[in-house]
Write a protein that binds this ligand. Structure first.
Ligand code: P1T
Length: 379
């Protein structure tokens, strides 16, 4: 099985042996009967392993061309598990331009476990070389970044990381494996907020860790089992179902996002549009080389101040004003006040997460309706 759509529909979906259900039943049981102490059919307790979760994890691994996948209760629980493989005194070099909650987890929780974190602009290779330390164990990136849609060169960063025995961790939430497969480009581990495109319907919170490295997999698997932030069976079922349409959804998200980006770029009230699919994006060439598509996320700077931005955010009707992204329905949000409020104000300012910055998650509605909605709100 090679094609991603085929894998999305079939991996982990073999008909159930009991009655031949084409859609395998959901195994809700927390525990499994044993024929003698320690003798069972592969599952003994659902925190340790569950048939519905196992089927879904097999599909996650296949999509990213990984050998191992672990489903977590949220994207942040997935990131937390990866960092917990480290020892006190280890260092993580993280891109500054990451989801605010990732920054908060690293700075306010994991830092207190004596893991060292530093943040820098990892789109700049010289800055990366400068910031790496002798105790750096992970380089942690998002690409495209949230919310500024910058692109980090995965292959170059992975080669550099490997040359220093450092692992490159890539949060692939924005691109999804349909448009970007970091393990193929040399990353050691991929993290997802499944809450977003993978599930695609804004009705669960979930996360995933996928890797090829057997030792890392053993550590993450042990943390999943021992700390227990597992994805519940029903949510595994929903995410696995959502994944079946991932590829067709992504094509629609990106086609509409490109049209909207072009519309906004020509709009008198818009200062700049940030979308890797636009030739005006400073890293358009890199995005085109490392990605198979540009996804459905874009941000733009309005000509105006916070009041003007607030007006637009309140005035759209199809775009709901809400955090999150990647669902079939379009969302609009204000990174400085909403998703990235946990970044210190001076960091937000230096990055460019300004009061006039608005982020869109372009859904799969008719694009003409979405453009009309934005046009009216901007007017
Ligand atoms: O919300 P959760 O499933 O825990 O995922 C966290 C997370 C991790 N990585 C990226 C790139 C993300 O965007 C997120 C969550 N982001 C939002 C809620 C948001 O609106 O940007």
């Amino acid at each position: 099985m090679k094609g991603i759509s085929t894998k999305a529909v079939h991996v982990g979906q073999d008909p159930d042996p009991s009655f031949g259900d084409v859609i395998p039943p959901i195994h809700l049981s927390s525990t499994f009967a044993q024929s003698a102490p320690g003798e069972h059919r592969g599952f003994d307790y659902s925190r340790a392993g569950n048939p519905t979760r196992a089927r879904y994890e097999a599909c996650l691994a296949a999509l990213e061309n990984g050998d191992h996948a672990f489903a977590f209760a949220s994207g942040l629980a997935a990131s937390d598990a990866v960092i917990r493989t480290l020892q006190p005194g280890d260092h993580v070099l993280c891109s500054y331009d990451v989801y605010g909650g990732t920054f908060r987890l690293f700075e306010r929780i994991l830092k207190n476990q004596n893991i060292e974190f530093s943040f820098t602009d990892l789109t700049d290779f010289a800055a990366l070389e400068h910031a790496v330390q002798s105790n750096t164990r992970f380089i942690w990136i998002e690409t495209p970044t949230n919310p500024l849609l910058k692109i980090v060169d995965i292959r170059t960063t992975a080669e550099f990381a490997k040359s220093r025995s450092i692992k490159l961790a890539v949060d692939n939430t924005f691109a999804t494996p349909v448009f970007q497969r970091p393990l193929e480009l040399g990353a050691a581990v991929v993290i997802h907020s499944v809450t977003k495109y993978l599930n695609g319907h804004s009705d669960i919170i979930g996360g995933a860790v996928i890797c090829n490295d057997a030792e890392l997999a053993e550590q993450v698997g042990f943390i999943q089992f021992a700390a227990g932030a597992v994805q519940a069976p029903f949510d595994c079922y929903l995410a696995h179902r959502g994944i079946k349409t991932l590829a067709v959804r992504m094509q629609c998200h990106q086609a509409s996002a490109l049209q909207i980006a072009e519309f906004l770029e020509g709009h008198a009230k818009v200062e700049t549009v940030l979308y890797p699919g636009l030739p005006s994006h400073p890293q358009h060439e890199l995005a085109s080389a490392q990605m198979d598509g540009y996804s459905g996320m874009l941000s733009f700077y309005l000509k105006g101040d916070l009041d003007d931005a607030t007006q637009v955010l309140k005035d759209t009707r199809l775009f709901s004003l809400a955090e999150s992204l990647g669902g079939v329905e379009s969302l609009i949000e204000h990174p400085a006040i909403m998703t990235h409020a946990s970044l210190p104000a001076e960091v937000r300012e230096s990055l460019g997460i300004a009061d006039s910055l608005i982020r869109l998650s372009v859904g799969i509605e008719d694009v003409d309706d979405l453009i009309e909605d934005l046009d009216r709100a901007l007017g």
